[in-house]
Design a binder for this molecule. Structure first.
Ligand code: CA
Length: 512
């Protein structure tokens, strides 16, 4: 009798284990990772934009968590993507600049998710030259990709699609969610836009939006770079002097269908005629350029926001919303005229920061606002943590899952490391690295041997470099020690001047 009882209890325990593991599996969440290219947090109303409204992005923040101190490690497109995939700084993942080819043979979080039983998809802008690896499904733009009628690379060759690229990327994402995936497995789907990257070509619906309004100018549009030698001596990204005729839509895009071209000309023809007649000069011309630039940028955001809404609606309609985490972020921030600029690259806040919004039903308290220091370096380990896959020790970030749960660990990081490498290169921003704490920022332009120090509380616009002032000597010393500590922690090589473009590209990884 006793033996039978033991056997019965053992069988019961075994059955319970099975049930539990099935239940645990069933509960594994899906992740829809929505990603933009060059989306300034200043152009999201949840971040307090004084320029535009983004109701669908705001919905993610309202139902989830908004991160006010999310940063990148290297503010430029391809390197940021490589950091996200690998969870390692640029000097370790090999993608220091846009010109290099990503080594897709290396460890990435999507590959680890696949091993852990997840289905992975990469749709839209990839921008890493080599073919995607670690994805069960991929369909990506070629290089930067055009705003209209994009050819897209797939494992089976090139697909040519007619339409506005932001809409097209969402169409492909919806098709995969509805009919392309194995519905017995959880998914991690990366749906990544080209927009609002230069040169900001709006979709057909938004070509005339903002025509009758004036967009607010930033306080620093007419910055003279006093106290900042790197910005004063070398950069080519001013709205005043460096926008091309196609950036300004004086020239129409060359790849439109006749129907698209007709809509385009109807929208820009009258605006360009008025501009030609006005013969603007000096500050009037700068004002006009700013309005033209920022309106086109915001029109591109309108399409992104609309398409985020299409995906949120589908999650609701399909019943997926409850068990699907939605993330929205960008490969870096962007200047909407701050310091007189468009583009990114600098360690100043507008390009160093990036939007990060996360909705996780049942886990994140709706309407949460986070001010901890997080970085795109954390995304890989966060993805693995969310999906119940162990992170490898050589990844360099931290899972932000405790923050999402509203429980900040006592030993959470107190400073961030940044390093930009692409010089010589587009827009001529000098190489620099630096450290940011919650209150201060120290930057070193090492080829110029020029330091900058900012008090972010007193000088949030970073106009007043106080480096070298006796009053800040102790702080300088403290921040330099912290910078050295971070460079050791992240294993940054002492000599950070590699980057000959002639360097042989790494071997093409095997297709998966
Ligand atoms: Ca970018």
């Amino acid at each position: 009798m006793k033996n039978i009882l033991i056997l019965f209890l053992a069988l019961f325990a075994f059955h319970a284990t099975l049930v539990e593991s099935d239940a645990a599996k069933a509960k594994r969440p899906n992740v829809l990772f929505l990603f933009a290219d060059d989306h300034a947090y200043q152009a999201i109303s949840a971040y307090g934009s004084n320029r535009n409204r983004t109701p669908n992005l705001d919905r993610i923040a309202k139902e989830g968590m908004i991160f006010h101190r999310a940063f990148v490690t290297n503010s430029i497109c391809a390197p940021s993507r490589a950091v996200i995939l690998t969870g390692k700084h640029s000097h370790l993942n090999g993608q220091l600049t846009n010109g290099m080819r990503f080594d897709g043979a290396q460890q990435t979080f999507p590959k680890l998710l696949q091993k852990g039983g997840y289905q992975t998809a990469m749709i839209g802008k990839w921008h890493l030259k080599s073919d995607p690896t670690g994805f069960d499904f991929w369909q990506v733009l070629q290089g930067q990709g055009p705003y209209y009628n994009p050819p897209m690379n797939t494992p089976d060759g090139v697909k040519r699609i007619t339409g506005y690229t932001t809409d097209v990327i969402t169409d492909v994402t919806l098709e995969w969610l509805k009919n392309g995936r194995d519905k017995d497995k959880p998914f991690f789907c990366m749906s990544q836009h080209k927009a609002p990257h230069r040169n900001w070509q709006p979709g057909p619906k938004y070509l005339t939006k903002y025509d009758d309004v004036e967009i607010t100018e930033p306080d620093t549009l007419r910055d003279d770079y006093k106290t900042r030698s790197a910005a004063a001596s070398s950069q080519a990204m001013t709205i005043d002097r460096h926008l091309s005729s196609s950036d300004l839509k004086i020239r129409a895009p060359g790849n439109l269908t006749p129907e698209q071209k007709a809509k385009w000309d109807a929208a820009y023809g009258p605006k360009n005629k008025a501009f030609a007649e006005a013969k603007l000069e000096g500050d009037e011309l700068l004002k006009w350029k700013y309005q033209r630039y920022v309106k086109d940028y915001l029109r591109c955001i309108d399409s992104v926001d609309e398409n985020v809404g299409r995906l949120l609606d589908y999650l609701d309609e399909s019943g997926l919303a409850e068990n699907t985490i939605v993330v929205y972020s960008s490969d870096q921030g962007w200047y909407l005229g701050e310091h007189g600029w468009y583009d990114k690259r600098w360690m100043y806040e507008e390009s160093f920061r990036t939007p990060l919004l996360v909705r996780w039903p049942g886990v994140i308290k709706p309407g949460s606002k986070n001010h901890d220091l997080v970085q795109n370096l954390d995304y890989a380990q966060t993805a693995l943590d969310i999906c119940g896959v162990k992170s490898p020790k050589d990844m360099q970030g931290e899972s932000i899952v405790p923050l999402l749960r509203g429980k900040k660990p006592d030993d959470w990081r107190k400073s961030l490391y940044y390093h930009y490498y692409e010089f010589p290169g587009a827009h001529s921003v000098r190489r620099h690295y630096g450290v940011r704490t919650e209150t201060h920022k120290l930057i070193y332009f090492y080829n110029l041997d020029a330091w900058e120090l900012y008090d972010l509380e007193k000088d949030p616009n970073e106009l007043n470099n106080v480096y070298g002032k006796p009053k800040f000597a102790a702080l300088e010393k403290e921040l330099k020690t912290e910078l050295t500590r971070l460079r050791e922690q992240y294993k940054v090589p002492e000599d950070t001047r590699p980057l000959s473009r002639k360097k042989k590209p790494k071997k093409e990884p095997k297709k998966k």
